[in-house]
Write a new protein. Structure first.
Length: 393
């Protein structure tokens, strides 16, 4: 841990670094037991609101702010626990101007609005080079990364805040409808992008009994978990749009478009029997079971193309992450098979021979832990490629 003045603290008893792709603030916890002569120094450096930088093997992982501190005095001595989050923690809880409402004569870049909202929180720029951010965290280049998003091409005409709305939530909503995530890079700058499922594989993680496959070994404790769930998922999504405003038109039917999983049977007496559905491949970890629809009215869906895209994002949105997951731990903070620090938004080969699983998957979450007595481990959570599609209401 580096402080802004260059001072470092390395005398840690334990740490936990938790980063998840769709969690903009993360969680970084450190516990130290400084000797008597250093306690005053540690207390001064770790005051709430102080900015810190977290490194692993010289590679910056995050730029954070200290949000909490706990001091513990017991029979075996003194300890201090420091809780940090990313710099987005303040706009994540702080509110947007409740009177912000603008109408533009022409489409205006969304980033201009976001920067205006985030300026009081100290953010002055948005970058979209997610490849550079991931490579900085992992400490090694990654082949085949998707190109950066053209942030200036994202435009809108009207924007309206709500009373009691957090600044981050207001900004994220503008991008989420486009399937993009507003996060923070390791350098503390706002980062805009989407999950990259087309990149080259960076690691191989393995559970096999004969150890015939090379790669990072999955630890047996804690247990390897392969979980599936229907919770929060639907067999189909129907978007009911709003009639387009056309000059001279007396009336126009609002678009009604849906998306559904192609292996499910739709009842003959279900609502909306005549609308067009987009059938989604069953290769994704979507809903499995009887008819379970979601109907959503969206005033911004003025045409079938927009409504169809929204329906797809809703049915494959963040809730689909629970459809199928693989969670396990490995030794250390650095992958032996990839020669790089584990980083979210990367791809790896996941092999679990006991359940006949062998496929490329996307790294959704990392939890890196270190303890003076028990060493270092990283817990990994993998999702199928293309599983997490951002967006929706």
């Amino acid at each position: 841990m580096h402080f802004n003045d260059g001072t470092t603290i390395a005398a840690w008893e334990r740490f936990e670094l938790r980063q998840r792709y769709d969690d903009p603030v993360g969680s970084f916890s450190f516990t130290a037991s400084p000797p008597d002569k250093d306690r005053k120094k540690y207390r001064g450096l770790s005051e709430r609101g102080s900015r810190v930088h977290v490194f692993i093997n010289g590679a910056k992982q995050a730029t954070c702010i200290i949000t909490g501190r706990k001091q513990m005095i017991a029979g075996d001595g003194y300890a201090m626990q420091i809780q940090c989050k990313s710099l987005l923690a303040t706009p994540y809880e702080g509110h947007v101007d409740p009177y912000l409402a603008k109408t533009f004569q022409a489409d205006t870049p969304i980033v201009d609005i976001v920067l205006e909202v985030m300026a009081p929180y100290g953010f002055t720029s948005i970058v979209s080079d997610t490849a550079a951010a991931v490579e900085a965290i992992s400490g090694k280049p990654i082949g085949g990364r998707a190109p950066a998003v053209g942030v200036e091409e994202l435009k809108l005409k009207d924007v309206q805040s709500r009373s009691g709305q957090a600044a981050y939530a207001f900004c994220a909503a503008l991008f989420t409808r486009l399937g993009l995530a507003l996060r923070l890079g390791p350098d503390g700058k706002m980062l805009l992008g989407a999950p990259d499922y087309t990149q080259e594989s960076s690691y191989t993680v393995v559970q096999d009994r004969d150890r015939s496959i090379s790669g990072d070994r999955m630890l047996a404790s804690p247990p390897i978990e392969i979980s599936e769930s229907n919770d929060g998922q639907f067999s189909e999504v129907v978007i009911i749009g709003k009639s387009p405003d056309r000059r001279g038109a007396k009336s126009a039917a609002p678009p009604e478009v849906g998306a559904r999983w192609d292996n499910l049977t739709r009842p003959s007496n279900a609502p909306f029997p005549d609308i067009t559905f987009k059938d989604l491949e069953t290769g994704l970890p979507g809903y499995r079971g009887p008819f379970k629809p979601l109907y959503y009215q969206d005033d911004k869906s003025r045409d079938a193309e927009y409504a169809s895209a929204l329906a797809t994002r809703v049915i494959t949105g963040p809730r689909i992450r629970n459809g199928f997951q693989v969670r396990h731990a490995v030794d250390g903070l650095v992958s032996r098979s990839g020669g790089r620090i584990w980083a979210v938004d990367t791809v790896g080969r996941v092999v679990v021979t006991d359940v006949e699983l062998d496929q490329k998957m996307w790294l959704y979450e990392t939890v890196q832990r270190g303890d003076k007595r028990n060493g270092q481990t990283t817990q990994l959570t993998w999702l199928p490629l293309n599983a997490l599609q951002l967006g929706g209401p």
